[in-house]
Design a protein around this ligand. Structure first.
Ligand code: THU
Length: 141
């Protein structure tokens, strides 16, 4: 799937968001290396803590189905009543989940505010000075 279609899929996924508390609806479309796309939306909870971000919903759906390698994710979000969306960057926990399954230098993150207006980042740009499995391996030596 191409970038523009991935972004459109994130807009579609946002429609499923369950966000009665923040009223901010978020959608994500995660592209696996084999070409499959997994969608996600944020799922809030009255206890707040159990809330799951759109990005992690997409990752957990994919990983639970055996997927381990990913090439890109598109993310869109904003208040449900907003006339125009702004860029909605992934939270720190979602970035750390990306660190687990994605290539640091090549995994792409598309943040879109319209189907045509987007910004493109690599994981290393969004998560500099990252905590990764290599750090623990160094400690073992
Ligand atoms: N949210 C996401 O879905 N993704 C992020 O990376 C940032 C935050 C959701 C969580 C919550 O439902 C709402 O946005 C407001 O924080």
């Amino acid at each position: 799937m191409k970038r523009d279609e991935l972004i459109l899929t994130a807009f579609e996924a946002r429609k499923q968001a369950y966000a009665p508390y923040s009223r901010h609806k978020v959608g994500a479309a995660l592209l696996a290396e084999n070409g499959k796309v997994y969608t996600g939306c944020n799922i809030e909870n009255i206890a707040y803590g159990p809330t799951n971000c759109a990005e992690r919903t997409a990752f957990f759906k994919a990983v639970s189905e055996g997927e381990r390698k990913f090439s890109a994710i598109a993310v869109v979000g904003g208040h449900e009543k907003a006339k125009e969306l702004d860029y909605f960057p992934p939270c720190g926990i979602c970035r750390q989940v990306m660190m687990e399954f994605c290539d640091y230098n090549t995994f792409k993150i598309f943040l879109a505010k319209t189907p045509k207006e987007y910004k493109e980042y690599t994981l290393c740009e969004l998560q500099p000075v990252a905590f990764s499995s290599q750090i623990l391996q160094k400690e073992k030596r």
